[in-house]
Design a protein around this ligand. Structure first.
Ligand code: ATP
Length: 233
């Protein structure tokens, strides 16, 4: 579904992605794990089109989209749930969800909103409240639900566990896992390597702008180098 070849990106004169190769097959949950500053967010931003690419290619469902403008990508089925959630804090929960479905017919939006409320029941309780009043975990749920309102075939998820209590992280990861049943393909970027690898099919390990290891998630969890460097075991 998604193939990245030799991807490079830079901030000014400083290159931070030095030729990334990865692929995500339809229906997979694939994670990219790595320490703070490894380049994971930059990678996702290149895939959603908000960060310029200085080399390499991105192919999505058979089309080269390397330079396709960001705003055209969700309509192709590629949607990002960004780091830091980036919800509209002065709008209500429902208004945030409706913005995720911008351009779709109303009856479809109502059905999709019902699905979002089934996935995250707390959002139904808070639907008329200002999104800025939600807890961090609820805001993360809203960011994911808003992305899903666009009916992506591939969801790019940036650090959904960031700053959240372990019990909320477990809930969020359960929802990510459940996306498999909805046939949403997921590329999940995480510093929480253990949590991400536990729900993923495959993983890539990123260090200073390069992929240094990849494989089935259970093999990575069992790898002594990964256990020591990323899992604290
Ligand atoms: P984090 O988990 O903190 O988001 P990350 O793995 O996602 O880390 P990036 O945020 O992609 O890493 O950062 C990769 C490198 O690019 C880091 O060295 C970072 O300092 C640098 N960088 C990120 N954003 C910018 C920017 N806007 N301008 C200049 N350098 C940046």
């Amino acid at each position: 579904m998604l193939t990245v070849e030799g991807l490079r990106s830079r901030y000014g004169r400083i290159e931070v992605l030095h030729g990334i190769d990865l692929h995500v097959a339809s229906g997979e949950i694939v994670t990219v794990v790595g320490a703070n500053g490894a380049g994971k967010t930059t990678l996702l931003r290149c895939l959603s089109g908000v960060q310029p690419v200085s080399g390499g290619t991105v192919t999505f469902r058979g089309d080269q989209i390397t330079t396709l403008p960001a705003w055209k990508r969700p309509a192709r089925g590629l949607t990002q749930s960004p780091e830091g959630r980036q919800i509209f804090t002065n709008l209500s929960v429902e208004e945030n969800l409706r913005l995720g479905a911008y351009g779709f017919a109303d009856d479809r939006v109502d059905r999709d909103m019902e699905d979002a409320f089934q996935m995250f029941p707390i959002l139904r309780d808070k639907r008329n409240l200002s999104a800025g009043g939600l807890s961090g975990g609820q805001q993360q749920m809203l960011a994911m639900a808003r992305a899903l309102m666009g009916r992506p075939s591939c969801l790019l998820l940036d650090e959904p566990s960031m700053g959240l209590a372990p019990i909320i992280v477990a809930q969020i990861f359960d929802v990510v896992r459940s996306l498999r049943a909805l046939e949403v393909t997921v590329l999940l970027v995480e510093q929480n390597a253990f949590g991400a690898l536990k729900i993923a099919d495959r993983g890539y390990v990123m260090e200073t702008g390069r992929i240094v290891m990849d494989g089935p998630a259970d093999a990575l969890i069992a790898d002594p180098r990964i256990r020591e460097a990323y899992l604290g075991i």
